[in-house]
Ligand binder design. Structure first.
Ligand code: CA
Length: 425
């Protein structure tokens, strides 16, 4: 696929720091505001945000299928109504305007001063109005680790796992933006297996290292999206931390799966990296045995080489990277997840959020949750400040980061972070 904005040779007249997640080949979309500017659509380049509302008003986005309201808005949903082609054409136009050898915008210094805003002056906002949130469970390593710990090491994967991209419907109302703190959840836990449950603050609070994809409008109720069509319905990806209360989960999850253990907070990163920008980083997914049913078969490369890491930063202390993983380990890919989600005729809408499931790699230092890294609390992790963690403590900040790198181009997601506040009385 030839996407001009992806050319690794492109450079911009906007200065981009070395090792930035946001070179001209990325151009992710988000919503921002400043002390002077109301919320609006922005595109990130280096340490600047390009103000698309003002860029539109100044006439730089003509002959594209957008109107002012698509940029002068609290959410990206309106822009996303124009689908894959609209957003691709928009990204290609923005790329052109920022290229070093194209001076339409560059030479208008008074325009540049209006549309390029230093990131230090910007406050990011929730990028999309999320209608529905679905979370999958697509890492074989994660499912095997959890099955080994809680059930039977010899039969760690449940019989359906290699046939179905297992998932559940989550809750959109408690999806929060990176940087927003949340309160430790309370609920029913059963610390003594022989005694009755008690009501208390969660004692085993965990993160889950995930990515998520955000959809365009899908098809009418009753229709399905095939694996071949799936990418046409995916706008882009974010980093995603699916916070989990393991002790609440253990007691409540049979027979219908997670409920209050998961719906108190889920954090997403602020910039949506388009699937187009990730195209050069496509890689193969793990081989699948047994052979999947026909509606889950796919052709071509459907995964992405995205290096991921997790860090814990205790209050007033240094951070410690506790895991390094990669999106490419996922057994089920996004095309299969979307095909499965819609195979029964379930419709998807623009702004739906689909979590990957915890992304655990094959080694002990690549696991995507504290549950696995500290193996159910039996192997506490040592942090750089000398303290230990079995799970996440109050006032800890957990930070996820991710990026792709190839041919001298680094496409990153920035980070998603959140601090845990003590449970409310
Ligand atoms: Ca999850």
């Amino acid at each position: 696929m030839n996407i001009p904005a992806n050319n690794p040779l492109l450079t911009s007249w906007v200065e981009v720091p070395e090792h930035s997640d946001f070179p001209i080949q990325n151009l992710p979309f988000g919503i921002f505001k400043t002390a002077q500017l109301t919320p609006r659509v922005g595109v990130r380049i280096g340490d600047f945000v390009l103000d698309l509302k003002t860029l539109f008003v100044l006439g730089y986005l003509e002959n594209l299928p957008f109107e002012l309201a698509d940029f002068d808005t609290f959410y990206l949903n309106g822009l996303m109504k124009k689908g894959k082609k609209g957003s691709r054409d928009l990204r290609n136009r923005i790329s052109k305007l920022l290229q070093a050898d194209f001076d339409d915008l560059m030479v208008n210094e008074h325009h540049v001063a209006q549309v390029l805003i230093p990131i230090s002056q910007v406050e990011m906002c929730m990028p999309v109005q999320i209608g529905d949130y679905t979370d999958f469970y697509s890492s074989r390593e994660h499912a095997t680790n959890v099955g080994t710990m809680f059930r039977d090491p010899a039969n760690a994967l449940l019989p359906n796992w290699l046939w179905i991209p297992v998932g559940y419907h989550g809750r959109a109302s408690s999806v929060i933006l990176s940087g927003e703190a949340f309160y430790r959840p309370k609920g029913q836990i059963k610390p003594d297996p022989a005694a009755d449950p008690i009501f208390a603050a969660c004692r085993n609070l965990d993160f889950e290292l995930e990515t998520a994809f955000i959809t365009f409008d899908g098809k009418p109720l009753g229709d399905s999206i095939s694996t071949a069509e799936a990418e046409e319905f995916i706008f882009g990806m974010v980093l995603f931390n699916d916070w989990s209360a393991r002790d609440i989960q253990t007691w409540e999850y049979v027979p219908l799966g997670p409920f209050l253990a998961k719906n108190f907070a889920s954090s997403i990163s602020a910039w949506i990296v388009t699937l187009d920008a990730l195209e050069p980083f496509k890689v193969s997914s793990p081989e699948q045995h047994p052979e999947v049913l026909s509606y889950l078969k796919y052709e071509g490369l459907k995964s992405y080489d995205i290096a991921l890491e997790v860090a814990i930063q205790p209050e007033n202390s240094v951070e410690t990277v506790i895991s390094r993983s990669n999106f490419k380990y996922m057994y089920w890919n996004m095309a299969q997840q979307l095909a499965h989600h819609t195979v029964n005729g379930c419709n998807i809408r623009g702004g739906d959020l689909m979590g990957s499931g915890t992304i655990s790699g094959p080694t002990e230092d690549s696991y995507g949750s504290m549950l696995e890294l500290a193996w159910k609390g039996t192997k506490p992790l040592k942090l750089n400040d000398g303290s230990e963690r079995k799970f996440i403590q109050d006032l800890d900040t957990v930070i996820l980061r991710g990026h792709c790198e190839k041919d001298g181009v680094r496409i990153g997601f920035g980070e998603v972070s959140a601090k845990v506040l003590p449970a409310k009385n």
